[in-house]
Design a protein around this ligand. Structure first.
Ligand code: ATR
Length: 262
């Protein structure tokens, strides 16, 4: 039986096992998918298990998307550009780090019918998912990206790989067509980003969080008559691409799949 894993810390909340095992069953594959809580020191061992085919594929979540890189043999172009790996597979006995979050985010935005080409974007937060969001937006031809993070230093660090980024202070806003919450604010009830929503001109408000499905950020935007989208499709599409890489099958995304992710 082929073994697949998602590794992270924390990892308890991950819905990847639910989704991957659903598809594994649907396509009758001789495999299973589990979550594994890791410490940084355990990464080398888990990857050596993959080298000897005790494990056949790994998804990586916070906070290890960058930490795994030195233990891999190759990176895909997207993993290289983002310095962020969420999917590991083996090709010709080499461990390859890939990034399917970029694809997941692009597909999710396409599904909203908002075209970011030549538009301005404001990103709130500088957490693990942001490099992927930045590369996806760059590939979609955005005009300007401004980023604001509580710890400004982290925002400035992102400029090393994304020099076109404009950084503003936390609490400051700027009129933008697309506004993205990439902070973890909103996961807990009553968590709220203090923003003057009337000043934000946005056409689309996007939250990378999908649980809860409607954060206060999206609720406030919706109440101001804005179009909103949560992170559910990004999650489903990044998983789809990882599944396709490992099993050679493009799994179907339908209402049954969307209903799984609550
Ligand atoms: P990581 O930072 O480990 O990648 P993450 O969940 O991907 O974790 O990112 C958390 C993001 O939410 C960060 O941008 C964080 O801001 P800091 O860089 O200043 O820590 C942001 N965040 C979390 N709680 C916040 C709060 N109460 N106020 C403002 N920003 C917050």
């Amino acid at each position: 039986m082929r073994k697949y894993l998602v590794i992270g810390n924390p990892v308890e909340h991950s819905l990847s096992p639910l989704l991957h095992n659903f598809w594994i069953k649907k396509y009758n594959l001789n495999a299973f998918y589990e979550k594994q809580l890791l410490e940084k020191k355990d990464i080398e061992k888990i990857l050596s298990d993959m080298r000897v085919s005790k494990i056949h594929g790994i998804n990586v979540t916070v906070p290890f998307k960058n930490t795994v890189i030195p233990f891999l043999d190759q990176l895909s172009d997207t993993a290289q550009e983002t310095q962020s790996v969420n999917t590991i597979f083996k090709r010709q006995n080499k461990l390859v780090g890939d990034n399917t979050d970029v694809y997941g985010f692009s597909e999710a935005v396409k599904l909203t019918n908002f075209d970011p080409a030549n538009k301005s974007v404001l990103i709130l937060g500088a957490g693990g998912v942001v490099p992927s969001v930045l590369l996806a937006l760059k590939n979609m031809g955005v005009d300007q990206i401004t980023l604001s993070n509580r710890t400004k230093e982290k925002a400035i660090n992102l400029k090393k790989n994304f020099p076109f980024l404009k950084v503003i202070d936390w609490g400051e806003t700027i009129k933008s067509d697309l506004i993205i919450n990439a902070t973890s604010i909103g996961i807990k009830q009553n968590d709220e980003i203090k923003l003057d929503y009337t000043k934000l001109d946005g056409q689309l408000f996007y939250d990378v969080i999908y649980n809860p499905p409607k954060t206060q950020f999206l609720e406030n935007a919706k109440n101001s008559g804005k179009k909103t989208e949560n992170g559910k499709n990004m999650f489903i599409y990044q998983a789809m691409k990882a599944f396709q890489t490992w099993h050679g099958i493009k799994p179907q995304i339908n209402d049954e799949v969307r209903d799984l992710i609550k």
